[in-house]
Ligand binder design. Structure first.
Ligand code: 1PR
Length: 536
């Protein structure tokens, strides 16, 4: 029996779903006594280091867990569940970790390196172990801004390392105590296989699978490389009959002959994309700006059902903002986001509310401290907060025509032959343009704590004409968080082009996947042939 240590932050639904899918029995740890009684503890740490430790103390779990680990009893930690084993973390100075492994967890620091380290990377086993056999040829999903670094003091714990601006520890193990920095429950079939091996190893605490003595040292392999991500996006809304459908617009107009285009059912399509090799799936609830999303239970249900069978990261956007319902009850953006995380989302994406937040920040000369971005990033970590930008080009004759905006020269001139443009932010699904440019929006959102930018383009959306490289370069140059290029993919070559011509970490498409014009596998194959690292 696996005992799950869930202290109530972030998405552990996927871990539960993965463990159950693998046929293991699972029960929740509710009291310190449950820790003493446990046969195998699974600890999927989420949120910040400090809040994880604080919750362990509040629930009376810290000392029992430390005793359990000191006794060398079966354990698997995931992400913060690995970092917690160390003495402390730069993320939360002064907060003591469980101190099972010597050393301090550090922030990734390297010039030109996007942080968080987000996406699919490899592992380099330190020694041969049946636990991770074959995994060196696979990519696994990581998302973290802090990492444990291998050193003399912790060397005998290190099972595998990964490279990202230097080597960091991606798996540790001593006897039946193990932990991984990646998310096996989000790493597709390869992750599930690995998770299963770790969970089954509990039954062989003294067998050949569980002691380093049975394993042999392994020469250091080639440095691992972070893959570029290919993301499938599902724009979701109710059609006129009230059914939730995946739709797709041309420059954000989703109606054809007066009807909302219906390209399929959200849960079915998401599953198809998972099976076809999508590295991530994004749902955008495109009419949530006018409805209250928590009243939109079907959308939560879509997430719940998707997370039962889809084991790659899920992002959900639309309507993440504070709201007062018809009865006058106030819901904070944090409460709205919490529902999505509890239903299976790994990241939430904020569109319109980010624009109004940045307008306020600029008007008052600094952060308000209570924005949705700040609150959600603080509670769930920056990596869980994506900013979805819906910009539209505004053409000008030169930079002097729009002195308050980041104006760039363009090779696709405007209707009157203008050779310059700026990228205007819009809200409410492109219906309302604002006096704010996408470059400024991205920069300020990063300062507020956002962890990733989903960069759409109303001009390119649904056109199949390729990504807007000028827009993407302008935004990518001002942020260090990962950027997802979106809108306009029409051919496999467009993906290779955006990765070669810009520094984006991911590319997203909708129409070509929904209409089955270009399979995800064909995109990956073309990228591989173009020398771009991808997950197989
Ligand atoms: O403002 O926080 O409620 O969020 C609303 C979300 O819904 C935003 O993320 C916004 O981008 C999205 N949205 C609103 N209206 C539309 C619409 O299409 N009418 N969809 C919409 C945006 C853009 C992409 C699309 C790519 C790729 N869709 O996500 O999937 O452009 O398309 P392509 O490959 O077919 O070119 P809030």
């Amino acid at each position: 029996m696996i005992s799950l240590l869930d202290y109530g932050a972030g998405n552990v639904r996927s871990v539960r779903n993965a463990v159950l899918k693998l046929g293991h029995e699972l029960k929740d740890i509710r009291t310190p006594e449950d820790i003493h009684q446990a046969e195998f503890i699974l600890f999927p740490g989420v949120g910040s280091y400090g809040s994880a430790m604080q919750r362990l103390h509040q629930m009376g779990f810290f000392e029992p867990l430390r005793d359990y680990l000191r006794a060398g009893r079966p354990f698997l930690g995931i992400c913060i569940g690995l970092q917690a084993l160390f003495e402390g973390s730069d993320e939360s100075p002064g907060v003591a970790g469980l101190g099972i492994i010597p050393g301090q967890v550090r922030r990734f620091e390297a010039p030109g390196l996007a942080v968080p380290h987000m996406g699919w990377n490899g592992i380099r086993p330190r020694y041969v172990s049946t636990l991770i056999e074959g995994a060196a040829d696979e990519k696994l999903y990581f998302v973290h801004s802090y990492c444990a670094v291998p050193g003399e003091a912790n060397g005998d714990w290190v099972l595998a390392e990964t490279d990202y601006g230097g080597a960091f520890i991606s798996a540790v193990r001593r006897g039946p105590v193990a932990a991984v920095q990646f998310h096996p429950e989000k790493s597709g079939p390869a992750g599930l296989r690995l998770l299963d091996r770790f969970l089954r190893s509990a039954g062989h605490a003294n067998g050949p699978d569980n002691g380093r003595g049975a394993d042999g040292a392994q020469p250091p392999g080639e440095p691992t490389r972070l893959a570029k991500r290919v993301i499938a996006c599902l724009d979701v809304r109710a059609n006129d009959a009230g059914d939730l459908v995946v739709t797709k617009g041309d420059q954000y107009d989703v109606r054809q002959a007066g009807e909302v285009r219906n390209l399929g059912k959200p849960v079915d399509l998401a599953r198809r994309y998972y099976e076809e090799g999508a590295d991530e799936i994004t749902f955008l609830n495109i009419t949530a700006y006018r409805d209250f999303p928590l009243a939109d239970q079907p959308m939560l249900e879509v997430l719940r059902r998707t997370s039962e069978n889809v084991f790659v990261p899920l992002t959900i956007g639309g309507g993440i903002r504070a709201f007062t319902d018809a009865e006058g009850r106030y819901y904070s953006a944090l409460e709205v986001a919490a529902e999505y995380f509890a239903s299976g989302a790994d990241k939430i994406s904020i569109g319109s509310d980010a624009v109004t937040t940045v307008e306020q920040v600029l008007a008052q000369g600094g952060p308000t401290g209570d924005s949705a971005i700040e609150a959600i990033a603080h509670r769930y970590g920056s990596q869980a907060v994506v900013i979805s930008i819906d910009p539209r080009r505004v053409y000008v004759a030169g930079p002097e025509e729009a002195p308050r905006h980041r104006v760039v020269p363009t090779t696709t001139p405007g209707p009157r032959g203008e050779g310059w443009c700026w990228f205007q932010c819009t809200i409410k699904g492109g219906r309302e343009g604002r006096d704010l440019d996408a470059v400024t929006l991205a920069r300020v959102c990063e300062q507020l704590g956002a962890g990733e930018i989903l960069l759409n383009s109303i001009d390119r959306d649904g056109t199949g004409a390729g990504f807007d490289l000028e827009l993407i370069r302008a935004v990518r140059s001002v942020v260090t968080i990962p950027v997802i290029a979106s809108s306009g993919a029409g051919r496999v070559e467009h993906f290779a082009e955006v990765f070669a011509a810009t520094q984006v970490e991911a590319a997203l498409a909708a129409g070509i996947f929904h209409r089955q014009e270009v399979p995800i596998a064909a995109v990956k194959e073309h990228l591989r042939q173009s020398g771009i690292e991808v997950r197989r």
